[in-house]
Design a protein around this ligand. Structure first.
Ligand code: HEC
Length: 137
């Protein structure tokens, strides 16, 4: 009896996961608009890097916050590749990659508590935003 109920539960789980797959629940999909992603996540998290010399992290909590901001920024490069945000063309992919590389380097610098590198990365990060915005204009 116990085995039977185990089988029933296992089968129910299988049916559920198959129908979730069929519904496309294994695929990422955009929740916000491009404008919301830019102003809600990418702009504030990149500002943390752009204004780092104005308000330098001092305590461990400040640095931890910088780690979180740069992680969010780097992960949002992945969001720019999912349906709903992604746009066609090589240029899009190149610019997303530029943003990702700069943000990942900023995350590493935050983990290393390396202020100089964070300041140096400002330019690369800024260029990634500008390059994509220029291309879509
Ligand atoms: C790969 C492309 C791409 C990259 C990289 C990119 N953006 Fe954008 N951004 C867009 C697109 C597309 C829009 C237009 C959204 C709209 O208004 O429809 C936009 C719009 C914006 C806006 C204006 C939103 C509004 O109010 O209309 C801001 C602010 C912005 N981006 C900030 C940034 C910053 C800061 C970075 C770099 C850290 C960045 N973006 C990197 C594609 C990109």
């Amino acid at each position: 009896m116990r085995i039977l109920s185990f089988v029933v539960v296992a089968l129910a789980g299988l049916v559920l996961s198959v129908s979730l797959l069929a519904a496309g629940n294994d695929k990422p999909r955009a929740v916000g608009s491009m404008q919301e992603l830019m102003t809600g996540i990418i702009q504030p998290t990149s500002d943390a890097v752009f204004y780092v010399s104005r308000t330098p992290p001092q305590s461990d909590a400040d640095w931890l916050d910088m780690e979180r901001q740069t992680l969010m920024l780097a992960e949002s490069a992945n969001l720019l590749l999912i349906p709903g945000y992604r746009e066609d063309g090589e240029r899009w992919l190149t610019d997303v990659e530029k943003m990702r590389v700069a943000a990942e380097a900023a995350l590493k610098a935050a983990k290393d508590r390396d202020m100089d590198t964070l300041i140096d990365l400002n330019n690369d990060l800024y260029m990634s935003c500008e390059s994509c915005h220029e291309a879509i204009r």
